[in-house]
Design a protein around this ligand. Structure first.
Ligand code: HEM
Length: 600
């Protein structure tokens, strides 16, 4: 049956003919074979909901927690005064300082895992559009083009009054309306990723399905072996604008954008193959298909276990997560599935992930495998630069940097490079957080105080009402830059909000994250902790999955890794020393032994 991505309903013949005439059938429709209650997870995200098979697929639109706030249908909302809101860069300069900062607790995995997780459910098409395609919005004759939302600077900009840069490129978010998939008057931002946390960036990269990435031998994903390193295959048609000279590798199927994401993609592709190899050895009678399906299921579960039980507690605190129903207090099964809940990701969840820009360090620290420091490397130079990351020993150096270099502190500062430098070889100067703020307005994100009201019930009527959330000095800054408390942008609030009790991120950010995770727990009938899902893990298998850790992934598939910090996201310290990989718990695959193989 052909479904409409936008409505998740079967598409009418007239509508289908319209899409065909417009050449947008692939963006607006999906052909879904009938769902079966007993089948395993499909890579295209369909049939996660048996009641709404089309919900959760690659182009399923995002849901808004709060209604869109636009001015005249698609312009940025206005201030309460009726004037335009203060320029995004002006807000950023007032609220967020530039500079170095050090996180005493966490290393680069803190933000690295965030990029990997985002790529599973969000999409970077808007960033790619503004960085690689619609690059002309700062040329004055294009300022008012529909596709342009230039991020303007004031004449007295503290940095750029000296450089002559008066504008940073920014593009209007692409919507389903742009592709003629709907005539709704409220702009619906495009999404290009499946909705469930299902490693779709690996198994359904660019919506091409698993066939594009499999080797069809022993359940393995396709890889090339180069000097003993396994890498996803390259293609000369893939886009790595920063590759130079002998830097030829550029992933054919996976994202080639940010360094940490590239590393995680390499590791989880290899991790899939590691699992498939273990299973093949244990169960020689299993077919390629069976090995692939089970390895995929374990890989996804392993990643989810890291996400909820290792990484997220660092942000929100374990007790808070237990209280919010996000994680299980005990090790056994749990089942929050509700067949009436449809799989959807919220716009606010994918949008506020940009908060991590403030936590992102921009210096990679190269060490060899023995811990000898080699040099600092400007991390942004590794963006769109897969050929460099995978050249010679660089992969080892970048891997060591992830565990040996500290992340940034959450102190309302942003690194210089993310605030001004942009991407070498792509665009001269970008202020990532200012771009984020600008984008929020053009996505129609509601004001910050509306989210406070939504999640806490507290009605903020004036700046001083913000005291439970924002430190006094920052409230003072807000008054200087915004005319009315209702003008404050969501992300601006999250840049300066106090951290939640028992956690390390703002409460409103945590609320947005949890809202989305709870929806995933309820709507995903393939959720790995469920006992009653198709091909569910046995109790013994789930026990093995519970051993998941980033440290173990690095030990099993990292380059040149033979010792790791005991907790791989924490900085190395007397409390968290480097230990041999033998000391890191790994899965015992015997839990997956198939007796029928022994007898056959
Ligand atoms: C390696 C360092 C990073 C660099 C250089 C970088 C840079 C950028 C830039 C320039 C943009 C476009 C901003 C705009 O819309 O004007 C962007 C978008 C974005 N970044 Fe980052 N970022 C980095 C790390 C991260 C991290 C750690 C996260 C956390 C997950 C993240 C999440 C996002 C998201 C969600 C978007 C929006 C994507 C879209 O809607 O197309 N980034 N980034």
């Amino acid at each position: 049956v052909v479904y409409d991505y936008y409505t998740a309903e079967p598409v009418s013949t007239t509508q289908l003919r319209f899409y065909e005439t417009e050449g947008v059938t692939d963006t607006c429709t999906i052909n879904i074979q009938p769902c079966s209650a007993n089948e395993p997870r499909r890579v295209d995200g369909s049939c996660v909901s048996l009641k709404k098979p089309g919900k959760g697929t690659y182009f399923t639109p995002v849901k808004r927690i709060l209604p869109a706030h636009y001015h005249n249908e698609y312009f940025a909302r206005l201030a309460q005064s009726g004037d335009e809101l203060p320029l995004a860069r002006t807000v950023r300069l007032n609220l967020v300082n530039e500079g170095k900062s050090t996180n005493l607790d966490f290393n680069h995995h803190y933000t690295g895992f965030a990029t990997f997780l985002f790529s599973d459910i969000g999409s970077v098409h808007d960033a790619e559009n503004m960085l690689l395609e619609t690059t002309y919005c700062c040329e004055e004759e294009h300022w008012n083009d529909y596709e342009c939302t230039p991020n303007l600077l004031t004449a007295d900009d503290p940095v750029h009054r000296f450089t002559g840069i008066k504008c940073m490129n920014s593009t209007r978010p692409l919507t389903y309306q742009d592709y003629k998939c709907t005539k709704d008057t409220v702009r619906a931002p495009l999404k290009k990723a499946t909705t469930s946390f299902d490693l779709s960036q690996l198994y359904n990269a660019n919506n091409k399905g698993d066939k594009a990435v499999r080797s069809f031998v022993n359940g393995q994903l396709a890889v090339d072996i180069e000097d003993g390193h396994a890498y996803p295959p390259s293609s000369p048609d893939a886009i790595c604008p920063n590759n130079q000279g002998n830097e030829t590798r550029c992933f054919a199927n996976y994202f080639n954008n940010l360094l940490p994401n590239a590393l995680y993609v390499i590791w989880f592709v290899r991790h899939h193959n590691y699992i498939a190899s273990q299973l093949a050895e244990l169960n020689p009678c299993w077919s390629d298909e069976k090995l692939f399906t089970v390895a995929k299921d374990i890989n996804i579960a392993y990643y989810l276990q890291i996400f909820l039980y290792e990484w997220l507690p660092l942000l929100e605190g374990r007790d808070n997560l237990i209280n919010a129903g996000i994680i299980n207090k005990r090790d056994g099964f749990r089942d929050l599935y509700d067949e009436n809940e449809v799989p959807e990701v919220t716009l606010e969840f994918t949008y506020t992930w940009r908060w991590f820009h403030l936590m992102q360090p921009t210096t990679a620290k190269f060490y060899d495998r023995h811990g000898n420091f080699i040099k600092d490397y400007p991390l942004l130079n590794a963006t769109f630069h897969t050929g460099l990351v995978t050249l010679g020993d660089n992969i080892e150096y970048f891997t060591q940097s992830m565990i040996r270099a500290g992340c940034r502190a959450y102190d309302s500062t942003v690194d210089y490079d993310l605030a001004n430098h942009g991407f070498p070889g792509v665009q001269l100067s970008i202020d990532a957080p200012a771009g984020d703020l600008n984008k929020g307005r053009n996505l129609g994100v509601a004001p910050y105080v509306d989210y406070i009201k939504h999640f806490t019930g507290i009605d903020i009527k004036c700046f001083d009402d913000l005291a439970p959330f924002i430190p006094p000095g920052k409230i003072h800054l807000l008054k200087q830059v915004y005319g009315d408390v209702r003008d404050i942008d969501l992300l601006a609030g999250l840049w300066i909000e106090k951290t939640m009790e028992g956690g390390r991120i703002p409460l409103i950010f945590a609320s947005i994250i949890n809202d989305n995770i709870i929806r995933a727990l309820k709507s995903d009938r393939h959720w790995y902790e469920r006992q009653n899902r198709p091909d569910a893990f046995t109790r013994a298998q789930l026990k093995e999955i519970r051993k998941a850790s980033i440290a173990r992934v690095l030990c099993d598939v990292g380059d040149g890794i033979y010792e790791v910090p005991k907790n791989a996201i924490y900085n190395i310290s007397p409390k968290n020393p480097l230990v041999s990989c033998d000391k890191i718990k790994g899965m015992d695959f015997r839990a997956w032994a198939d007796d029928t193989c022994q007898s056959s």
